[in-house]
Design a protein around this ligand. Structure first.
Ligand code: FAD
Ligand code: NAP
Length: 309
């Protein structure tokens, strides 16, 4: 029987583990289906984490977090949690390996995953020219042309990252102004090998047996159609939370969520279910920042200690 089970090993889950163990909880396990660190490990540069003055990659930022948590006793189980239920005061976590684990309190910190642009060819060519991670796949397009779809901070930042590797980067956005912060847009405007294609929709990703060969775009003002000659298409159109199956049992959900599947919490990261917390990108109104996810995690860790007392 665990005191506290943490589902997800991103900034929120790791920080909750740090605070819970350092605050005296003994049996605390963080379940992470991949490597700890979370989605930020896919980012090419972080420059807004307080105290981190030099720009680092996401991988570099997260490198030491698991070690720091382990020092205070956080245990790590490399496992996906497929179902979370509660009976009486006890939660049961079903793991992908068939095991069932009981816990007195639980944190959901499963973060978010990339959204699809729902453009024709996106699914067909995923992994064969279509990607959602510039840090992982950018190097495959060294000296080649690529396109980025999206206009938020991720699209703009990753377009700049790709411009250091690729010959030309087209950034295709459906509106006439970027959603990204002015600071990022200012940087984007200074990069000579990034071509901004604003007010254009993406119509189709085309290719052949070897992978992607182009991206068809359409002007929203003139309806003119053109094909961008690219071998890679990077899709950065926002993030989704995917916890429906985790907390759904017999057609009903374990705790309250909004229509987007984000978990409703109070200022203490408590959900509608006693002993169940949610933190980071998964919770309502999340600012979707590493520092905020870590802050939520700390709040949830402290909350779990108070709940168990
Ligand atoms: P995540 O980091 O998403 O971690 C959730 C973890 O849970 C994942 O490791 C996942 O594998 C695991 N998981 C999910 N489901 C299960 C399950 N059922 N069982 C077990 N494990 C599970 N923020 C900034 O502050 N500054 C930036 O510059 C910045 N740049 C970014 C650039 C990119 C490319 C991206 C994608 C994001 C960026 N962000 C940035 C946002 C930031 O990464 C997130 O807000 C933050 O990582 C959220 O932390 P989290 O712990 O809530 O979730
Ligand atoms: P986002 O802010 O939600 O932006 C998504 C972008 O994709 C928007 O420009 C949107 O267009 C566009 N889009 C959405 N669906 C589309 C579709 N089907 N086809 C074409 N375009 C589509 O997502 P994000 O950039 O991934 O950022 C997510 C969060 O992480 C944000 O809160 C962001 O601030 C944060 N983040 C922060 C940093 C940083 O601090 N440096 C870096 C990365 C991410 P519209 O603009 O028209 O809606």
């Amino acid at each position: 029987m665990l005191d506290f089970a943490i589902i997800g090993g991103g900034p929120a889950g790791l920080t909750a583990g740090l605070y819970a163990t350092r605050g005296g909880l003994k049996d605390v396990v963080m379940f992470e289906k991949g490597l700890p660190g979370g989605q930020i490990t896919q980012s090419s540069e972080i420059e807004n984490y307080p105290g981190q003055i030099e720009v680092v990659t996401g991988m570099e930022l997260m490198e030491k977090w698991p070690e720091q948590c382990q020092r205070f006793g956080l245990q790590h189980s490399m496992n996906e949690v497929t179902k979370l239920t509660k009976e009486g005061d006890i939660f049961t976590l079903s793991l992908i390996n068939g095991e069932k684990i009981e816990a007195k309190s639980v944190l959901i910190a499963t973060g978010s995953v990339p959204k699809h642009a729902n453009v024709k060819g996106e699914k067909e060519f995923f992994g064969r020219g279509v990607s959602t991670c510039a840090t992982c796949d950018g190097f495959f397009y060294k000296g080649k042309n690529v396109a980025v779809i999206g206009g938020g901070d991720t699209a703009v930042e990753e377009a700049i990252f790709l411009s250091n590797i690729c010959k030309t980067v087209y950034i295709v956005h459906r509106r006439d102004e970027f959603r990204a912060s002015p600071h990022e847009v200012e940087k984007l405007n200074k990069v000579p090998n990034i071509i901004q294609i604003l007010s254009h929709t993406t119509e189709e990703i085309i290719g052949d047996n070897s992978g992607v060969t182009g991206l068809i775009v359409k002007s929203k003002s003139t309806n003119e159609i053109k094909t961008l000659d690219v071998l890679g298409v990077f899709v950065f159109v926002g993030r989704d939370v995917l916890n429906q199956t985790l907390i759904q049992d017999d057609g009903s959900f374990l705790c309250d969520m909004n229509s987007s599947g984000e978990v409703i919490v109070d200022l203490n990261m408590k959900t509608s279910v006693s002993g169940l917390f949610a933190a980071g990108d998964i919770r309502i109104n999340a600012p979707k920042q590493v520092i905020c996810a870590a802050g939520d995690g700390a709040t949830a860790g402290i909350g779990a200690i108070a709940y168990l007392q």
